[in-house]
Design a protein around this ligand. Structure first.
Ligand SMILES: NC(=O)c1ccc[n+]([C@@H]2O[C@H](COP(=O)([O-])OP(=O)(O)OC[C@H]3O[C@@H](n4cnc5c(N)ncnc54)[C@H](OP(=O)(O)O)[C@@H]3O)[C@@H](O)[C@H]2O)c1
Length: 290
């Protein structure tokens, strides 16, 4: 049985592939990549490559086999028709009759525009009739820590998330959950929906305090309105469309749509999830003077 991972050269996919290679012989792992060049390092290690593009359904027609377990990692371009992109993968997996189709979705409570493509994709997965697993990933903590250079430069965390809390976990935690589902007991994970969250939800004020404590100076959290945050993002040069997605995601946090914690992720990992302060410490390593 092969484990097939789309988006294999992305940040999450790279971690999933590494996790699979720790558990399985190399030739049972298939990385779906957009070009052989992008997958060259994996191929050099013996990982099988399948070159395909979500935008080109024909490129997906020979990728899957009947006994494959597949992880469809959601597409990353919010300006593209992501449902059509995901449909191309789901149709190809359905034609092949794969053994399991897992999909990286978004929290069920999310109402922002980001959630719409995920909800519609979940509908396609269910309609396929394939055994499926929905991995509803809460936010990666790295979504916040990747902005730390700017936050440290400005000396303030200015966002539109109000007092909302985020039940985030590390990207590596979600990757390990994907590995656990692909390599685990098929009967246990088939036709299950997991709400994957960190064990502890935190507020942006707590996050800013954590950054400040580690940076050795106060980093206050300034709660902006949606319009105020939009203005600051567009003013910093972000296209309106991208700014609206970021500000909309903050509104979801403010509404509490990302605050619910569940035991699903720590149960799949058989360990606690990675706490926010741990990811902050890792991200600050190298950003702060030694
Ligand atoms: N929960 C969260 O906090 C969160 C945050 C950000 C994103 N996400 C979602 O989770 C997904 C995985 O996260 P990530 O951090 O790994 O994102 P990422 O690093 O941007 O990776 C996205 C992957 O999708 C591939 N891809 C994009 N368009 C494609 C296409 N047309 N055909 C084939 N492959 C395509 C990319 O290929 P290339 O390597 O060739 O570019 C890349 O491998 C994202 O795509 C997004 O849907 C979730």
């Amino acid at each position: 049985m092969r484990m097939v991972v789309t988006g294999a050269t992305g940040s999450l996919g790279t971690l999933v592939i590494e996790g699979l290679l720790e558990r399985l012989p190399t030739d049972r792992v298939v990385a779906v990549v957009r070009s052989r060049e992008k997958g060259a390092a994996l191929a050099a290690r013996g990982v099988r490559l399948a070159v395909a593009d979500y935008n080109v359904p024909d490129s997906l027609s020979a990728v899957f086999r009947p006994d494959d377990r597949v992880l469809l990692i959601s597409a990353n371009d919010p300006t593209a028709d992501r449902v059509a992109q995901h449909r191309a993968v789901i149709d190809a997996a359905t034609d092949a009759g794969v053994a399991l189709l897992a999909y990286t979705s978004a929290p069920g409570a999310l109402t922002s525009r980001l959630a719409d493509a995920h909800r519609r994709t979940e509908g396609l997965v269910l309609a396929s009739g394939l055994p499926y697993t929905l991995l509803r990933n809460n936010w990666y903590t790295e979504v916040f820590t990747e902005q730390l250079p700017l936050v440290l430069h400005l000396g303030v965390l200015a966002r539109a998330a109000g007092d909302g809390r985020v039940a985030s976990a590390s990207r590596a935690d979600y990757a390990a959950a994907g590995v656990a589902v692909l390599t685990g007991d098929a009967a246990e994970h088939a036709n299950r929906t997991y709400e994957l969250t960190g064990d502890t939800a935190w507020s942006l004020a707590e996050y800013a305090a954590e950054v400040g404590a580690r940076a050795g100076r106060a980093i206050p959290y300034r709660a902006l309105s949606y319009d105020g945050y939009m203005a600051s993002l567009v003013g910093a040069g972000l296209p309106e469309e991208a700014a609206a997605l970021l500000a909309g995601a903050d509104v979801s946090i403010a509404r509490g749509e990302l605050s619910r914690t569940t035991p699903d992720l720590s149960t799949l990992l058989a360990r606690p999830t990675t706490p926010m302060p741990h990811t902050v410490a890792r991200a600050l390593h190298g950003l702060l003077p030694a």
